[in-house]
Ligand binder design. Sequence first.
Ligand SMILES: [Zn+2]
Length: 378
Amino acid sequence: MRRFHRLTSLLLTSGCSLPRASRGPLISCLLLLASVCSAQDIVIHHIDVGQGDCTFIQTRCKTILVDAGNSGKGKSVVIPYLKSLKVSHINYVIASHYHADHIGGLDEVLDAFDVDTVFDRGTLHPVPRSKIFASYVKAIGKMPRVTVQPGTRYKIAPRIVLRFVAADGKCEGDQPTVTDPATERSIDENSLSIAFTIMYSETSDSSVPDHALCPMLSAAKSAYGGRHAPCPVFTYFTGGDLTGYDDRDAIDLETSVASLVGRIDAMKVNHHGSRSSTNQTFISTLSPACVFISLGRNNSYGHPAPEIISRLQHTPSIRWIYQTEGNAKAAPKQKIVGTSVLRFHARGDSSYFTVEWYANGMHIDHYWCTRAKLDVDP
Ligand SMILES: [Zn+2]
C-alpha cells in the first residue's frame, strides 16, 4: 500500500491525473508517461529478452537502443515493447559487441524503425563470420554507422551527456593502436565491448567532471557560495560483456574503466553476471545504489555466477540486484523482476530515481541519488 501511495503521488506530480486508483489505469498511465519524453529526465528500460541484453534509454526526446537480444527477440519482444511506448524513431542504436545474444535481434529492429546513427566497435579487430553478423551489417544498409572512439562525449539533451569510456579493447585516454591489429594476439569479443555512461549534470557544460572528482554535495555547495556545484547528480553505466580479468584472450578493462568513471548511481552488470567480469575494484569503485542483470532462466552458462552475486550482495552501497530472470527462490538483495523501468527525476538537491516493474503486480522502489543522501528511503 505504501508503494502504491508513492506511485500515485509520483504520477500526480508528473501531470498524469487518475480518477480512482486501480491497477489497469495506473499501468496505462505509466505507459503514457513513458511516451512523453519530457515527463522524466532519463528513463532506462531493461527489457527482458531471455539470455541476452537489451536496454532502451529515453532522454528528453532522444532515444538510444543498446542491443536487442538473440535472433528473433527483435520481432517477438523489442519491437512490440517499443511500439507500446509509441516509439517510431530511434536516434542512436549501439551494438555493444558482435555476439549473437546482443546483435541477434538488431537487424529486425533496424528494419522496423527510423534510426539516425548506429554505433559499434567497427572492424579493426576481426568480425564474426556468422549469418547473424552479416544480417546486422545488411540491415544497417546506408544508415550512418560510426565506430566508437573511447573518450567521445555527446550532449544528447540539456545537461545530459553520453560518454563512451571503452570500446574495441581500449579505454578513454589509451594510446591509439600503432601496430597492425592482424599481427596482435586475438582478443576475446567480450573484451571489445563498448562501455558508456549517461550523466545528468547540474552544469550544461559537456566537459562535466565525474563523481570521482566531486566532493560530497553539501561541501561542494558551500565551496560554490551556496549554489549547486557542477557535479553530476545522476550517472548510469552499461558495458555489454566487458571483462574484468586477464585470462587467455580476455583483458581486464574494468579496472581502468573504474578509475575513469568513479562513483555512479545505477548500472547494468557486465556479461550477465559472469565470473569473467565485475571484479572487486570495479564494483567497489562504482559503488552503485542498485544493479541490473540481464539473463535467461536456467541458461547453460551458469549466469549469474554465485560468487558475483555474493560480491554484489556484500557491496554496501547496493540495495537491490534486479534480474530480468532467474530462479524463483531469490537470495538476499536479489529481485527477479522481468522487464524493469528506471526513471530519473532531476530535482536539484532532491534528485531521485525510481525502479518499477510489473511481475506479479506492480512494484516500485525509490532512491535518492545525490551523494549526500544516497539510498535513504526506508
Ligand atoms: Zn552476452
